[in-house]
Design a binder for this molecule. Structure first.
Ligand code: GLA
Length: 401
């Protein structure tokens, strides 16, 4: 009896998430936004090839994640199998292929009995599925929330967290319950990132009504991030959903979308067809200075500082006393704005960082247009419609590393 008690309590003690797998926001690609259920091993292999060839891997992208619909049926013992027509070589071979490219491999399941696409979910099979994923060499699990009536979100996600941990394999755990049960309040000890909203829709400023549910444009999702930043940080990120860059918005809108996700310290999961992307899309996705804002080691989510007509000013404190500044024009006409840095004294209560150009001037670098300046002069710029101007401010007198 005593030994049983000891066994039970030691299980409780070891149940935890695998720490330090997402010290900066995860970067990668996910199949859903572009391919939906039309996934197969050829697409995944070619995407891994393209991630390397396009320079995305060098820019920091790492994970190749297959979303819904890779599944076949469970075998006689209940082990999940891939769809044999779409994945004839099996998942292990695919994971090996991705690993051989120096990338990491991710997969998708659901806390309910079925996924959103009607494939087998993990409910009641959490340990068996986690074991299977670990054997396949999975590095990242996105875990969805369809068909979960009657389940507690915190409970269901904690069960899968424990199952993943029990495998001994480090697997990033991505919670996808759309913000319904405020995962930012409890997700930090359960997973590495959690969706804060319903699904993104491929538009800049619109709402798509599907009847029983809605999906959201970039600006709509941005607005839903209000008041969430205090919950995010290294190894526990707010996830405003995967990106639609390269899926049909204008270049300005794609640039704004990418910049805002960088400001939000959001996971950067590309959602376009990497095999066919053009120069403009690639140029946006691999802008190293914008990525550096996203991946900054302090891991502080940015915030909206002020609004002037249609232009919002977003700020993100960075390591070394730097700041990222993003002027977002939500309107459909270009807007000129002017800012006198010496008239602004910005204190961020959450991070305790201060932007004070009077104390010491900053050097300004425009991250999309390769221009420089300093905060000694008032700054004037025209922000095109549905676009951003994004800057990095560096204290001129700060010691250089
Ligand atoms: C939900 C998720 C999406 C995607 C689909 C797959 O809608 O929020 O990101 O995974 O399911 O069916």
């Amino acid at each position: 009896m005593l030994s049983l008690l000891f066994w039970c309590s030691s299980i409780t003690i070891v149940a935890q998430k695998f720490d330090k797998l997402a010290i900066t926001p995860p970067m990668g690609w996910n199949s859903w936004n572009k391919f939906g259920c039309d996934v197969n091993e050829g697409v995944i292999r070619e995407t891994a090839d393209a991630m390397v060839a396009s320079g995305m891997k060098d820019a920091g992208y790492q994970y190749i994640v297959i979303d819904d619909c890779w599944h076949g049926a469970r075998d006689n013992l209940g082990f999940i199998q891939p769809d044999a027509t779409r994945f004839p070589s099996g998942v292990k071979a695919l994971a090996d292929y991705v690993h051989a490219k120096g990338l990491k491999f991710g997969i998708y399941s659901d806390a309910g009995a079925k996924t959103c696409g009607g494939r087998p979910g993990s409910r009641g099979r959490e340990y068996q599925d986690a074991f299977t994923y670990a054997q396949w060499g999975v590095d990242y699990l996105k875990y969805d929330w369809c068909n979960t009536e009657g389940l507690s979100a915190q409970g269901a996600y904690t069960t899968m967290r424990d199952a993943l941990f029990a495998t001994g394999r480090p697997i990033v755990f991505s919670l996808c319950e759309w913000g319904n049960n405020k995962p930012w309040e409890w997700g930090g000890t359960v997973g590495h990132l959690w969706r804060t909203t319903g699904d993104i829709f491929n538009c800049f400023d619109c709402v798509k009504d599907h009847g029983a549910w809605k999906s959201w444009g970039v600006l709509q999702i941005l607005d839903m991030q209000k008041d969430l930043r205090n919950h995010a940080g290294p190894d526990h990120w707010n996830d405003p959903d995967m990106m639609e860059v390269g899926n049909g918005m204008s270049e300005n809108e794609d640039r704004a979308h990418f910049s805002l996700w960088a400001m939000l310290a959001a996971p950067l999961m590309a959602g376009n067809d990497l095999r066919k992307m053009g120069r403009q899309t690639r140029g946006i996705l691999i802008n190293k200075e914008v990525i550096a804002v996203n991946q900054d080691q302090l891991g502080i989510q940015g915030f909206k500082y002020s609004t002037r007509e249609n232009v919002e000013i977003w700020l993100k404190p960075l390591s070394g006393g730097d700041w990222a500044v993003c002027f977002l024009n939500r309107g459909t006409k270009p807007q000129r704005i002017e800012i006198d840095w010496n008239a602004e004294l910005i204190k961020d209560d959450f991070s305790k960082q201060e932007l004070n150009a009077r104390r010491s001037p900053y050097e300004i670098r425009d991250l999309w247009r390769d221009k420089r300046g300093t905060t000694k002069e008032p700054y004037e710029v025209t922000v095109p419609a549905h676009d951003v101007v994004m800057l990095r401010l560096r204290d001129i007198n700060a010691p250089r590393g």
